[in-house]
Design a protein around this ligand. Sequence first.
Ligand code: HEM
Length: 277
Amino acid sequence: MTIAPQDFFPQIAGWVAQLDDTFPGAWVKPYFAQWEVLHLLSLALLGGASLLLNLRLIGAGLTDEPPSEVRRGVLPWLNLGVVGILATGLLIGTSNPERLYTSEAFTAKMLGLAAAIILTYGVSLPAAKADGRLGRGAALAAALGMAVFGLSIGVFAVAKLVNPGLWHVIIAGALLVLFVTRGLTRIIYLAGLVALMVTQAALHHVIYKPDDYAHLDPANKIMILVYLALILAAAGVQIVSSGRGPQGAGPATKALAYASILVWVTTAAAGRWIAFA
Ligand code: HEM
């Protein structure tokens, strides 16, 4: 049993199979690369907007302005990026439909997209509008968004030949926390990351042979958990120690702002790994 769209919606196989022979799939097909460039430019736009918005909630980046001002500035660009990525995604999807229909990475990506929209529009934007406060609606959206995000990560983690893509999410989380932490926390955290990278290089090139997958696969799974523990610990210290400040968000809003960035990274990583399955 796989977790691709074809396993959940077998009845639409015929419709999917003809999508690239009819408009707009047939029309987009010869220009797939050009449309994919627009897909990635939209990603850059929405990614940048999401970063500025959520970093401000975390307490980094544009800290000279209150979160509500940052929200006002980034909102049109965020909306343009989201509309652009959905429109171009649907167009390139109709021109290569069977690849998506049979792809477990695409399932992880669509769950990630749903979670990203819920966390961005239901949590980060309203929290920024209220200068960091989480209302009841945002708290409900947070619970739903985090549950769907968890499902996306779960599918990503069990999909064969796709799950190495989760390293992108770990690396993005590691860099995000490195950017946000300050002082001694940052130094200790960086030392921890370097020690883990040296350990991993030794595992791959000294302790085991690079093609000794029987040992390297479980070792890498343990390594991913150790990285995760270190990143979460440093983020936890940052969330608690940076305080609320005059125009700052509380710990829950900050934790959700981290998730709101990483959910887009997860969606993008799953999008990239459609090609590798
Ligand atoms: C309606 C929603 C979407 C659809 C139908 C869609 C469809 C696609 C398709 C067909 C591909 C090409 C896959 C391949 O042949 O290898 C792709 C690639 C990709 N998508 Fe999407 N996409 C959607 C939304 C998104 C979103 C929201 C993101 C990011 C947050 C995203 C990020 C990417 C990335 C990074 C790639 C890889 C490009 C590359 O190969 O370098 N997509 N998408």
